[in-house]
Design a protein around this ligand. Structure first.
Ligand code: ADP
Length: 620
């Protein structure tokens, strides 16, 4: 696959151009694990003890056999030897079981704690991300990062401990013990087997690769005949002069050629498999043959039968450890892809960082907004420029209405003013300061926002209203705000009043009730800038009138800088200025009277809406 083909090389690039390699991910996983170093050290100690005991086992098994032989020769002495060897072996096995349990517990604890720490880091990172991030990352993907990937990314630790370290210990320990058991046999095995293995590998590599390709070439229709299946158009071309037989023959030729290659490769593959099997068996035969001679020639003095068995077991141990080590590399790469996904999310930095920049003191904000050459495109749709150069001025206390056809960029502009997104070019200036240099958190604290659909959190109504207020508040204040927003009565009608917990996203409340809560939020926050994005458009006539009433009293009370997108002509008429936005540009601006007199796009919108709808809907 792509990952293993790239190996431990560059996997991705960070924003600053720094290359991230698989090793980088490992270093970071190990760094994360080091936070729990006492448990990690305990796991390591248990692992070393466990493997040492495993390394002792063949030696003891050999002693047991020697004990049996001694028993057969001289029951008096042999029985004790046999029983002693058995007792030591059983003790070692019991200890090995206990330490393997302890090691597994310690490792599991480290991995679980790591996964928890990673989840916390992920959450902290995601919660700081800007809206642009959530445009490209779906809830499902995020949930999968938090759950599956966070636990899977600890897998390399498992590979490092259980596959790498455990097998290195077996390999080194096994070799040491093999030499101790019989240096002659060890030298023989080590001088003969590696060169044979090496030459076998270099011989078998090309054919081995060919063999591994063979089944897919011969059996997979996608690869085999490089001729494409007929489409409707090509079928017509084949059918018009009747050339079915010709095309069929061509196809069958290419199938047969591919099969020919496949069969050849199957033979090569089978030979390689047989050769490698012979190689393994041959080594065993060699050890037994030479070892057997050593035992017989010295009558068991240089080497006993038990030592020969011991040596054979050490040889198998080294062999298995060597084979397992061969897979470690691929396992590490495979298991690091979850780490790659998680760590890149932890590293992700928002375009608009809520905590960076100068903090605004709310009380001193006048709410004078200026836009200079604002351009914008969504990161999720980089090819389409949504705003193409917007210049506007909104002095404190004025109301600016944005009208125009749907898709023109009105909501996008409001989102930029709320600092949800960073403009691609241009400046948003608040009271003479470029908002890029201000903390977006403090800018948002001076803003009120009522969108088409209000999102509520799964907590009490009171908590929902004071969410993110950034200051202490009294219950009376909340009640006052709700009274002003025509929300007090319906809240009191609920069983637990202000303590009523509204379900996830406020599903217990109607659209009109949620909008009134959004207005109440604004009464409580007393923002210096207020943005209304079609606040009543999703409501029925009755609810629309109630929410509209609440909005009008809000505008009167606050006297803040207002930017509104409205579908009611009545809301737009009294605006200080009206901007008609079309395809990302302001095509007309002025007061209602000026624009009607001008007889341009706005005048057309007004007359069209007036004739279509007695209640005068505009813009949609
Ligand atoms: P309006 O408010 O005038 O109806 P919008 O600002 O909602 O217009 O949309 C302007 C353009 O931006 C549209 O083409 C819309 O499809 C696109 N757009 C809006 N929101 C997003 C988003 N989150 N990601 C990508 N494109 C978007």
């Amino acid at each position: 696959d792509k990952t293993s083909a790239k190996g431990f090389g560059a996997r991705s690039l960070r924003g600053n151009g720094e290359q991230i390699t698989t090793w980088t991910y490992f270093r970071r996983i190990v760094d994360l694990a080091m936070d729990f170093w006492p448990t990690l050290v305990a796991a390591l100690v248990c692992l070393v003890i466990m493997q040492s005991l495993q390394i002792l086992a063949p030696k003891l098994q050999g002693s047991i056999f020697d004990g049996i032989i001694a028993y057969l020769q001289n029951p008096g002495v042999g029985k004790d030897r046999f029983q002693d060897a058995m007792a030591t072996y059983v003790t070692i096995m019991v200890l090995q079981g206990a330490f393997s349990g302890l090691k597994s517990l310690a490792q599991e604890l480290v991995q679980r704690r790591m996964a928890c720490a990673v989840r916390l880091k992920l959450f902290a990172s995601v919660i700081r991300m800007d809206i642009a991030f959530f445009d490209t990352m779906h809830t499902g993907q995020l949930t999968s990062r938090m759950t599956n990937d966070a636990s899977q990314m600890t897998q390399p630790l498992n590979t490092l401990l259980n596959d790498l370290l455990a097998n290195v210990l077996l390999l080194v320990g096994g070799m040491f013990m093999a030499f101790r058991t019989s240096w002659k046999l060890s030298i023989l095995a080590l001088t003969i087997v590696p060169p044979i293995t090496y030459s076998y590998r270099s011989l078998s590599m090309p054919s081995g690769r060919a063999a591994s390709r063979a089944p897919s070439t011969a059996l997979t229709a996608k690869r085999t005949p490089r001729r494409r299946m007929p489409s409707a158009t090509s079928a017509r071309s084949v059918a018009s002069p009747p050339r079915h037989a010709f095309e069929s023959n061509k196809y069958s030729d290419s199938i047969n050629t591919a099969l020919g290659h496949g069969v050849k490769n199957a033979y090569v593959g089978a030979s390689v498999t047989a050769f490698s099997t012979y190689l393994n068996l041959g080594t065993a035969v060699l050890i037994l043959w030479y070892g057997g001679q050593l035992v017989c020639d010295s009558e068991g003095k240089i080497m006993s039968i038990g030592s020969l068995i011991t040596f054979q077991l050490y040889w198998n141990m080294m062999n298995n450890a060597f084979i397992s080590l061969g897979n470690v590399f691929n396992d590490l790469i495979r298991s690091s892809s979850a780490a790659e996904r998680v760590l890149s999310l932890i590293d992700a930095r928002p375009d608009v960082n809520p905590d960076e920049g100068e903090v605004l003191v709310r009380e001193t904000v006048k709410g004078h907004l200026k836009l200079r050459g604002i351009q914008f495109r969504y990161r999720s749709r980089p090819d389409s420029i949504v705003l193409k150069g917007i210049d506007m001025e909104m002095p404190p206390g004025t109301t600016t209405a944005l009208v125009g056809k749907s898709g023109g960029g009105k909501s996008t502009l409001v989102h930029l003013l709320m600092r949800f997104y960073e403009p691609t070019a241009g400046e948003i200036i608040l009271d003479g300061k470029d908002t890029k240099l201000l903390s977006s958190k403090s800018v948002r604290q001076c803003c009120g926002f009522v969108a088409q659909d209000t999102q509520l959190f799964s907590c009490s109504i009171e908590e929902n209203l004071s969410y993110g207020l950034g200051r202490d508040h009294s219950k009376e204040e909340v009640i006052e705000a709700c009274k002003a927003a025509n929300a007090h009565e319906f809240i009191l009608e609920m069983e637990e009043g202000y303590e009523t917990r509204v379900g996830e996203k406020g599903i217990m409340l109607s659209g009109g009730q949620k909008q009134r809560l959004a207005v109440a939020r604004c009464f409580l926050r007393k923002p210096r800038m207020l943005f209304l994005d079609e606040a009543t458009s999703a409501l029925d006539a009755e609810n629309e009138a109630i929410v509209q009433g609440a909005l009008e009293s809000l505008l009167l009370e606050l006297n803040s800088t207002v930017v509104l997108i409205a579908h009611r002509l009545s809301t737009v008429i009294n605006a200080t200025q009206i901007c008609v936005i079309h395809k990302g540009l302001i095509v007309e601006r002025g007061t209602h009277d000026e624009l009607v007199a001008k007889g341009g796009v706005y005048a057309q919108l007004v007359s069209r809406q007036l004739s279509r709808d007695a209640s005068a809907v505009i813009g949609a």
